[in-house]
Ligand binder design. Sequence first.
Ligand SMILES: Nc1ncnc2c1ncn2[C@@H]1O[C@H](COP(=O)(O)OP(=O)(O)OP(=O)(O)O)[C@@H](O)[C@H]1O
Length: 638
Amino acid sequence: MIQTFLRVKRAPHQKEDASPTYGFVTILNDDEIILESPEDSHAFRVSKAKTSEKTSFSKVFSPTCSQWDVFVSICAPLLSKSLFHMHDALLFTLGVSGAGKTYTLFGPQDHPGVVYLALDALFYNIRGREASFPVVESLRSKLDKCKILEGSKYLKNEPSFPINVPSPDSYASLFPEKPDQSFQYAIYLSFSEIYNDRIFDLLEKSSFFGHRHALSLKKSTTSDKKSVAGIQKVYVADPQEAFRLVYKVLQLRKSTSTKSNSVSSRSHLVVSIELFRLQPAKNHIESCQLDLVDLAGSERTRSAETSGLLLREGASINKSLLTLGQCLEALRRKHDGRQHIIPFRQSKLTELLFHSGHLSGTARTCMLVNIDPLGSFDENAQVMRYSANAREIIPTHSSYTENIMSPSFLRGATHSKSAQSSNSETILLQSEQLQRENECLRQLLADADSEMVNLEYEIREQMTREMEERVSQVEQTFLNRMLEETAQGIEYTDQKIEKMGEWVRRLQQGNKEKDECIAHLEHIIEALQEENNNKETNALQDTSNIHYIDNNRRSSRKLHYEDKQAIEEAHNLHGKRKLWPEPTLLQSSETEEDEGEGKTEIAPKKKTPSPLKPLSPSKRPPITKMYSQTADVDINQL
Ligand SMILES: Nc1ncnc2c1ncn2[C@@H]1O[C@H](COP(=O)(O)OP(=O)(O)OP(=O)(O)O)[C@@H](O)[C@H]1O
């Protein structure tokens, strides 16, 4: 039978009172407890009354029990009976998240847990018979080819890890039997982590991006068992080395903070302590293995308040624990004489436990159930039901138990009994058995019903929460995008305004220059007109010199024709803006300088003073050039 133990978690600041009731748990005696459903539990709501379930165990540890008490009752017998007789053994912890599984197996330095105590006890027992690393490796390497590390080298830079271990006297009374002194002994440790249904080596360094290789199970060369292929093993020479290694590995394990537990394990951890027994002179070596498994706690999404990656981890943990429960149930039914397929391949955890020969019956197996009396009743009660399944499993590690539990044996027993007893007695026995079976089935049905309701409720809640999260995410994304677009629009408009301002400034500057130029030209034209008028008046008076007037008119016409051309050119360049009237051609003109053609002798005329002296056409700068200096603003750009 798989031995099942129960440890009731000690509440913080709990007083050592005599009351046997802790939360919803009442400890009846050393091996029995009663769970009473509180009013806020789902079980109470379903049955509309207080329900109580009585469960029995191999031993119940009350909250006042110490780590040493747990070690003495569970692990010490495994060590003395199994390890020193070279039998494999398994101890696994089961319970809801935060119930105290990791505390029991590892514990703090001042209250070390089962793993540290087991290592200390092993070293105590093999003291003086330890095989050195090269000696044990020369023989061990023939058994398997896995990667081996030497503890002293691997832990070179690790600090010491002092823990509060018991005195040697405590071990002396606990292990009166000594291991065979004709052998030398060596201890190797390996650590596998089952995370999201994949097996990893905790000693493997992850890559720069945190990537690790998932390992597979491979059949051992020396036995039918399967082991984790490629897992690294560390030779530890003394207890301190072993403690430092375990402590280092615990830091590498995946854990996080949830509502249920501030340091919640997100993976199942298997600590494998391999003990080698060797006789170098005879070239003989053999080994056995103690696996201490800290299962991650089952958790309800609602109480753990997990989401995203944590939710996925939690689902994977729950799935593997559910498969474990189904395997235990199938094993129990198998031993009842009813054939059942054991679904151990459905999760890596059960595959590892079954293939390593533990649950399939070749190893001694202990299960420690941790319960939190102040936690959720429904969750803890569910774990209790699992453990009840395990209690009824009798591993087939000897031919005797195998025969006892085989259906043929049961049938034979019934026949021989019926031969001796009366028919009515047989019928009575059979009906009693049927009634028990019926009761059991009813219970299972009720459990399944309640679990289904719970699951539906959880799934609905989870879906609602995820939907709300999605909607708020979409809202946030939309809002962010809107804000971004508004900011971009404002920036674009600012740039546009700035550019337009620049254009306006440049345009104003250009207009000013043009106006000045036009004023200058108007001035010249005015001066010329006036001069010509004067000349014409004078010439008309002097009728004797008509020829002279004709010549002057011609030269004046030429001059005005050039000016008009320049002004038209300016007009064409800068649109149809007309700031002055078209210059009219002068009827007659008289130049001051003798540039006109057909120049003749003229009598000196009375000059009209001119405010501005116009330049001769050859000396005047071309007007287009003057305009082009101011006309660098393209009005069409606006
Ligand atoms: N017997 C005990 N005495 C004192 N403290 C305890 C005891 N059991 C548990 N605790 C405390 O309860 C807290 C949760 O315990 P622990 O981490 O061992 O839970 P767990 O079952 O391993 O949870 P998970 O499955 O989430 O990893 C820890 O702070 C631990 O110190």
